[in-house]
Each structure stands twice: as C-alpha cells, then as structure tokens.
Ligand binder design. Sequence first.
Ligand code: ARG
Length: 561
Amino acid sequence: MYEKEISSLLAVEGLCERDIFDALEKPKEAKMGDICLPCFKFARAMRLAPPAIAAKLAPYIENAEFISKAEIVGGYLNMHFDRSAMADKLKPLSAKNVVIGRSDEGEGKTICIDYSSVNIAKPFHIGHLSTTVIGGALYRIFEHLGYGVVGINHLGDWGTQFGKLIVATRLWSSLDEVAKNDEYFLNSLYVRYHKEAETRPELDDEARAWFKRIEDGDGEAVAYFDVFKAVTMKAVGRIYDRLKIKFDSYAGESFYNDKMGACLDILRDKRLLVESEGAQVVNLDEYNMPPCLLVKADGATLYATRDIAAAYYRKATYDFDKCLYVVAYQQNLHFKQLFQVLKLMDFAGVDDMEHIAFGMVSMEDGAMSTRSGRVVWLRDVLDRAVEKAAAIIEEKNPDNADKNAIAESVGVGAVVFSALWNNRIKDITFSFDKVLNFDGETAPYVQYTYARCASALRKGGEFSADKADMDAITDDDGYEVIKSVLGFADSVRQAAKLREPCCVTRHVVDLAEKFNRFYIGHRIVVEDDGVRNARLMLTQAVANVIKTGLNLLGIDAPEEM
Ligand code: ARG
C-alpha cells in the first residue's frame, strides 16, 4: 500500500524513485509501522550513515496526508499510515455483495490453460484432483484480472487401453451392458483384463489388433471407443459439476489424429527426425535429455507427438499469449523435451508455454495404481467428506433446512481447499480429519467465518459507511483486518503472477483469523450508531473478500452453517 506515493516523495537528495520502491519493506513487527525503508543500501551513494539518511528523509514524508508518523529506528525509516484514511478505503468495498479485486489488467491477452485432462475409461481418481482444482482456480483468477481464458481438457482418449477394453468387453460383457453401466463397471473389466493377461499373453495381441482397428477407423471398433468415451465423460461431468469446473474445449489426444502429419513434415524438413531402431526420434543429446520418441516402429504416434500437434493447433486457434500446462511433476521431462523440440522447430509460441507442475496427493495409507484396482476414487473421497461434514453440521445446527446443500459445500470445499493450500510443488498426504477441522487452516474454518459475518450482518440490518465512526475499527485488531481486506487484490495478482492459487487460499485464512480475533474482542451490533455502522461496514467488507476468495478457488460460501 502507498509504495508508489512513498517512492515518489522520497526521490530526493539524489535518490531515485525505482531504488526506493525496490527497497521498501514490511517491518518485522506490526508495532514498527506499516512499511519501512532500510537506509543501508544508500549509505555509499549518499556518503552518510544509515540513521542520518533516515533522519534526512523523514521530513519529506512525515507531512504526507496518508502518513500519521515517520520514525527513525536505527538505519530504518519506519512509516505508520493514517488509520482513518485506510479505513476510508473500505467504503467502496463494503457494499453488499461486491466482488473484490477484479481488474482489467489482462484485457486483450489470452491464456490457454490445459488442466484436468483425464484419461478416458478410467474413473476419476485422486491423482487428478490437483490438476483439476489448481487449473480451475487459475482459470478464475486470470478471468478476474480481465484475461481471456481458454480452459482445455486435453483428454487422454487414445492408446492401447482401448484395445484391451474391447477385448474385455467382448469376453465378459457386451457393448449394451457397458453403455448401461457406469465407469466403475468399465474399470472392473479393465482390472479383470490385466489379471487374465498375466497368464494369457495372447490377449495383448488381440488388444493391439483392436486398437489398430480403431486407428484405421473401422466401424465396429470405433463404436466401442465411442461408448467407452461417452460413459466416462458422463461420469467425469458429474465430478466437474461438484467441483464447479468448466472447460472451453475438450479437444483431447484423439482430436490430433489428423493433425500430426503436418508437424512431422516440419520436423523432416528441418532434418530433426532421425531413425533409431525403426522408430523416429528427435535427438536431444545436446540438451542432456533422452531422445524424444515421436513415431514407433509400427507407425504409431505417441503422447509427445500429440502434444506437438496440440501446441500448433492452440497457437493457430487461440493465438495465446501464454499456454499453461497444469500437470504433475512426474511429467517434467516430457515437458522439457516437448518445449525443446518445439524450439528446434522454430515454433512461434514456445517461449510462452509453461509447465505448471504440482506434487502428488496420497491418502494416509499410500499410493495407487489403476491396474491393480487399489485406487482412491475422487467420488468416494468427496462423498465421504460430505458425509462427515453432514455429521458435524447436524450436531451444530440440526434445524437448518438447507443442511444437505451446506454439507455438500463444506465437504467438497474442504477437499478442494486442501489441494490449494500449499505451494503447488509440495506433495500432500490427505486426511479427512485434517481437512474438515473447523478450527484449522481449512475451508470449513473460512466458511464458518463467512457465515459468522453473514449472521452479524443479518442481525445488524442496514448500515451506511457515511455514518461510520472509524475509531471503532482502527484499534490494533481492527486495523489488521482493514489491512488484510485492502491487501486482497494484491494477493490475487500475486497468485496469477506466480501461478499459485495458494496466495488466495492463504489470504482468506489470514483474514478469517484476523476477523475472528476482532470479533471476539468487539461487539458488532451495538447501540452507538457510529460504532455499529463502522463495524458492520468492516464485517461486510470482510464477507465480500472471503466470498470472492472462496469463489475464485471454486468453493461455496454458505450464508449459514
Ligand atoms: N492425460 C494426461 C495424464 O493424465 C495429462 C495430459 C496433460 N496435458 C497435456 N497436454 N499433455 O497424465
């Protein structure tokens, strides 16, 4: 706050505005002020000791209208803001239901975000939670800042697993039965296939032959493929609804079947494609990477080949300014290879592509594999979280008419929040008790704080910022709340810049903690008009920030809990 104004006022005595701006810091302790300038960096240029510099600069700032006090402490110039002026800034943020921190700074820019990108014919498992919710949050955060966002679900809808499923369906079920059932039934066929194939290796030959028929566009084979895809998409759609996730494009791997040829031609023209044991690869020795395999000896293309085609397609279709891939860090090498190959191809968008990596989510009891069937399905995790949330709500508020809807918001919110709490790259071990703890750094805690605000606002009725007595909210506790409210827009910007939704997650928890401290020490709805108006104004601003923040993360803010 006020960094620009301060830098401009202190650009005196030979100091330049940019240097001041870069040097400004947040003091270690709140009582040292709101912002400080360490003067050590200027000692050499000014030929003065740091305390003397601070003393020299103080007069230039202490009369600024937004400053209440400038102190010299050691080599620091500590500045305290005028708290009433800060409180005044709340006014536009304290109307009912204003969305906070929206801006148009991204206007005219397009960001493609490739996220979730689930694999067809497998139920949605917990391994796809992070990409889905991180991608969804980034989508909304960039949209909030005015960017044009294109959400892309690069479906994993191509590969030999389809041949295996056809074999399994023909042996143990039928197309009709599969079409009538859900994704779990489909998966049970897949699991059975792998068990039987261990002793009957000829199944794999059959599966390969069926997949070849899909590749060749054979009607019977494609009919199976279409049913597998439809069953999965229906199931996945239900999960996306619960997680409030949407996409602008579902162009997945199969979409690129007819678009790879042109890319392979470019590679051949540039003499980048070389034979290696019958396969065609791009050699990346020079970049300390294994070769990137693009065409197998039998002519089949690969994941990487499809990603090259997708890059060209996206650039041509959306003319993106940035293209983000929200994909687990296990694929670091894939993206390094992909970007390197695109660079060698002189592909125009390559410098604007980023791999947004994230860590693994595991349950307390360990890892998973789709083949063995020991997988943690996301639907089960959501259902269980909702069930547990329902039990807690039943205890706290048994008469609530909306308790089922609230339990869904709290349970699902808790799971989403837990995947957005840390820096992306950290691995997460998921625990129901932890994510549903109403006193922790959790969605329910923040939602509960929101409901507390909403309840105070219902009780308090109409209020007006013009009648507010700012002294009622500018003591230390209130002032912390004010600063957190005013700082929210910066956290959203930071989240976009770092591609880290956790900047928003952490901000809403910080605000909730500060507001709760204030709430415990101060009554909101009191007799005194000035005090009541000020406290309701603050409460409404807090509610607006929390709701905006939760919604950016894809989480509901129920009015009651
Ligand atoms: N379907 C892949 C997986 O589940 C992720 C795809 C990511 N996007 C991409 N363009 N490669 O691992």
